[in-house]
Design a binder for this molecule. Structure first.
Ligand SMILES: Cc1ncc(COP(=O)(O)O)c(C=O)c1O
Length: 505
């Protein structure tokens, strides 16, 4: 804002006050460009300019016809929300000419949608926009700027492919294509090349944001072999025999796959038998538990025999066993607050532990968040261009933090996150690298407290405390609560209201 030549691109819906502010900003000595995105804005710009006796710099957002089939592809094309069609652009030129404002038309803008995966889409759009730019110059507009919008993609999964989590181009390829295509268009028609503007958001912000969360615990299916009891029912004996058989199968042999499949079918049948027997009252809870544990022990023994076998030969049912055996790691976060895109649009972010990196992860797992929502899970991970349901993780150690980083999370997650289940914002720290090679924490933004979140949902924490005090008073009178306990209860709630919405210990 201190550079007098810097442009202030004003896009989005515009009411009268917005347009007047833009014009006044020009009088202030700034370079505001009002980008016409809807046809009805033109008249408002013309009348505000007359009223204020000054005009803004003017830009037009074009609705290109280029096809973008990507996730944000609806930002372009005839049915897109913003931009002027070619007939509307021609009408706008007439309106601006008639009101003597064509001399202020300096910029052409387009936006093909966020996260362009395939560079071919951008190339088509650039060619189309280049030709429109040339035509605008021919129609008498001074022009000078071409704004290629956002859309520069991020290679989230590192695969360098035209898939949703990646891009088939690098930053340099993108820059080369933008510059070369526009240069070629303009030079072939002897038109001076414009100054290029880009509005990349995601590509700039993504790398600067990391979400770090701690793991509170882990759940595993019980797959240890339970100690034999004196008298065991037939179902349990059968399961023990099946387990013994699986363990006798050598680890590498491919010819044993059908044997593995057969034993697993047996184990499932015996498990089913145990459920029926329990429902009919023939076995007790302990026996049902033993049968379940033995089934998982069979699954574990089976999976241990699979790794050396070509995965294409493994039947699907056996492949999913490792998924069923994997642990769920409980994450101290809300997906809906801090990573909503993973839930809403299956966005893939690189996720990995941020320490113990010199220690081989020996477990597979996914993450469940703190919300009561069964959708609150992170169970899609990058896998060299593919998606895998489990991540390699370490076993948890007592009294030791296990911290996980979600990388490339950018600016969109934070702003789109919501108060689902009343989980508030997380602590944020702004870290800057120093010239000496170290880093410094520049700024700490405190997380929401429970009181903050209650207020945001129209509750009054002071009133809640007062009601609790009155209820305690009455319990003390009745003799059901000791004064000491009442104090403790009030203290817990008071401290809790001032504290994080996430678990602390
Ligand atoms: C007009 C416009 N410019 C720029 C952007 C930023 O896009 P991106 O973050 O994909 O670079 C957007 C967002 O969709 C947009 O609508």
């Amino acid at each position: 804002m201190n550079d007098p030549k810097a442009l202030l691109i004003c896009n989005g819906y515009k009411d009268k006050r917005y347009i007047e502010t833009i014009i006044l900003a020009r009088k202030l000595g700034k370079q505001p460009v009002v980008v016409i995105e809807q046809a009805d804005e033109v008249e408002r710009i013309i009348s505000a300019s007359k009223e204020l006796g000054a005009a803004p710099l003017i830009g037009i957002r074009a609705k290109l016809s280029t096809n973008n089939s990507g996730r944000w592809g609806k930002s372009i094309g005839e049915k897109s929300k913003f931009g002027l069609s070619i007939p509307e652009i021609l009408t706008t030129i007439d309106q601006l000419t008639n009101s003597n404002l064509l001399k202020e038309l300096k910029l052409l803008h387009f936006h093909v949608g966020s996260q362009i995966n395939d560079i071919a889409i951008l190339k088509d759009a650039l060619q189309e926009a280049g030709q429109i730019y040339i035509e605008l110059v021919r129609l008498g507009a001074p022009m000078g700027f071409l704004d290629v919008g956002g859309g520069l993609g991020v290679d989230y999964d590192g695969s360098r492919t035209a898939t949703t989590a990646s891009t088939n181009y690098s930053l340099q390829n993108y820059a080369n294509d933008v510059v070369a295509t526009i240069q070629e268009c303009c030079e072939s028609k002897n038109i001076e090349c414009p100054t290029l503007i880009s509005e990349s958001g995601r590509a700039i912000a993504s790398h600067f944001s990391i979400l770090i969360f701690n793991i509170l615990g882990k759940s595993l299916v019980p797959s240890e072999n339970p100690l034999p009891q004196e008298k065991e029912c037939l179902i349990i004996k059968n399961l023990r025999a099946t387990l013994k058989l699986i363990k006798s199968i050598p680890q590498t042999s491919e010819s044993d796959i059908s044997k593995l499949q057969e034993t697993w079918n047996d184990a499932l049948k015996f498990k089913e038998d145990s459920l029926v027997a329990f429902r009919l009252g023939y076995i007790n809870l302990l026996e049902r538990g033993t049968a379940e544990q033995l089934t998982w022990a069979c699954a574990k023994a089976l999976v241990e025999r699979l790794p050396n076998i070509d995965t294409s030969l493994i039947p699907k049912e056996l492949k999913t066993l490792s998924y069923n055996l994997a642990g769920t790691y409980y994450a101290n976060l809300s997906i809906f607050r801090s990573a909503p895109d993973t839930w809403a649009i299956d966005q893939l972010f690189p996720i990995m532990p941020i320490h113990r990196l010199n220690e081989k992860p020996t477990h597979l797992g996914d993450f469940a968040d703190l919300t009561c929502d069964s959708d609150g899970k992170l169970s899609q991970f990058i896998d060299n261009g593919q998606v895998k349901p489990l991540l390699e993780l370490h076993d948890l150690k007592d009294n030791e933090d296990y911290l996980i980083g979600m990388f490339l999370s950018g600016a969109y997650q934070e702003v789109m996150g919501n108060l689902h289940n009343l989980f508030g914002s997380t602590n944020a720290v702004h870290v800057r690298l120093t010239n000496e090679g170290g880093y410094k924490v520049e700024h700490v933004v405190r997380e929401d407290t429970k009181a903050d979140v209650l207020k945001a949902t129209e509750h009054n924490p002071d009133q809640l405390l007062e009601r609790l005090r009155i209820a305690s008073e009455s319990a003390i009178q009745k003799g059901t609560l000791r004064i000491k306990d009442a104090q403790k209860l009030m203290e817990h709630i008071e401290i809790s209201l001032r504290n994080s919405t996430y678990l602390q210990e």
